[in-house]
Design a protein around this ligand. Structure first.
Ligand code: SF4
Ligand code: SF4
Length: 147
């Protein structure tokens, strides 16, 4: 099972809204979770269901309702490292294209002090987060599959 990255979320749910969460069975994701199968030129993708308002199907009043069963992408996403993984101009561009990202960048920025200097340096030098990649995938998905 994918280990959860210890981000001090403290009630924030910014990344559970208006994001397409792709399921990766090869990373242990549970395909019995409510999801849509989306055909793309590169094969089918499984995308967690969203409510009409864009909230994740599994987002409850107290946050995620499937904590340990949450997709790998949710467990490894770290908005602090995501914030640091791109320069300001790129963040701004992304936020202009997808306003939902602003909340995630703000959440990441507000929590930077919970990373050590070393961790911050690493994050700046290495754009490696699985979910960051997946977020790009989702932009591609939106375009390709009209989501
Ligand atoms: S945006 Fe950051 S702080 Fe907010 S829920 Fe996601 S990981 Fe946690
Ligand atoms: S599965 Fe849980 S952590 Fe993942 S987006 Fe949905 S509510 Fe958030």
């Amino acid at each position: 099972m994918t280990a959860r990255v210890p981000v001090p979320c403290n009630g924030c749910v910014a990344c559970c809204r208006n994001e397409l969460v792709v399921l990766y069975p090869e990373h242990g994701d549970d395909l019995t979770l409510e999801h849509d199968k989306v055909d793309t030129p590169h094969g089918p993708l499984h995308v967690l269901k969203q409510r009409e308002n864009g909230d994740c199907f599994y987002l409850g009043p107290q946050g995620c309702t499937i904590h340990d069963r949450a997709p790998a992408i949710c467990k490894v996403f770290d908005c602090r490292r995501y914030f640091l993984s791109m320069p300001r101009a790129e963040r701004r561009q992304l936020a202009q294209r997808n306003g939902a990202k602003i909340g995630i960048f703000e959440a990441g920025h507000a929590r930077l002090t919970s990373l050590t200097d070393e961790e911050r340096r690493e994050a700046i030098n290495q754009r490696s987060m699985t979910r960051a990649v997946a977020i790009s995938d989702r932009q591609w998905l939106r375009k390709t599959a009209g989501l």
